[in-house]
Design a protein around this ligand. Structure first.
Ligand code: BTN
Length: 253
């Protein structure tokens, strides 16, 4: 059923716009294999993971891809990993070397966050499940130091990084890579996506600290569980743990 791209100016959040657009008659035919992409020039109420805000001034890339999930939300989180791999590869296509993925799906360049992903499961008014895959890339601007949990950088500000790619160049690389990744995921399932994620994964085999609400656990990052959860070995007990959601920190940050 193909792709539809809607480019907007200032919006509250592309996630909200995408949810609204799913119920617009012209977009109903995207089910079950098409993708609806909403891009905005700026967001006034940009959202990050765990209810945080995502600063969204003009100059960066803000988009949401609405992806049909005919099997329901069960495999939804896998789409986040498809998108992480697509984002790392798209940055490479656009001339940004060395993008790494920080679990679950932040994109780092030289150890600082350049992009974040927000996969959310929703239903439309016909009761069909979609993943709203939100992606923000800091092209021209990064949030001020101290306002983020983890160091952040804009592509334009990388030390010795050369000129930043433009937003349209990044968007076009991203849509190509996302299309490729979704096709592979639909035909072969999660295993090849997991393998591709691990090949770009940051900190595999290294010490890691994970904040889960009030609890913090430390251990060694072992890799991804078969469903994409974070697998670690706790330092104190030697116990293997699998973490479904949390904030991850590596040494030096
Ligand atoms: C994170 O790292 O916390 C995820 C950030 C996701 C930001 C993007 S920008 C486009 C889309 N619309 C939003 O309101 N959030 C996502």
């Amino acid at each position: 059923a193909g792709w539809r791209l809607i480019a907007l100016g200032a919006v509250d959040s592309t996630q909200t716009e995408a949810l609204r657009a799913l119920d617009v008659r012209a977009n109903l035919d995207l089910w079950p294999t098409g993708v609806l992409v909403i891009q905005a020039a700026e967001q006034l109420g940009g959202r990050g993971r765990h209810g945080r805000t995502w600063a969204s001034p003009p100059g960066n890339l803000y988009m949401t891809a609405a992806i049909p999930c005919p099997d329901g939300p069960r495999h939804g989180p896998e789409v986040g990993f498809v998108a992480g791999v697509a984002a790392a590869r798209a940055l490479g296509d656009a001339g940004v070397r060395g993008a790494r993925l920080k679990w679950p799906n932040d994109v780092l360049v030289e150890g600082a966050k350049v992009a974040g992903l927000l996969p959310e499961s929703v239903t439309d008014s016909l009761g069909r499940w979609w993943i709203l895959l939100g992606l923000g890339i800091n092209v021209a601007h990064a949030p001020p130091a101290g306002e983020t949990l983890y160091p952040a950088v804009a592509l334009a500000d990388r030390p010795g990084g050369g000129p930043a790619p433009t937003v349209p160049a990044l968007l076009s690389a991203l849509l190509g890579r996302l299309c490729e990744g979704l096709a592979l995921w639909r035909s072969d399932g999660f295993p090849p996506i997991r393998a591709a994620w691990l090949s770009h994964g940051h900190g595999v085999g290294e010490p890691v600290r994970v904040r889960l609400g009030a609890e913090t656990i430390t251990g060694v990052f072992q890799g991804l569980a078969p469903d994409g959860a974070l697998h670690l070995r706790e330092s104190e007990s030697g116990r293997e743990r699998v973490v479904l959601a949390g904030d991850v920190f590596f040494p030096g940050t």
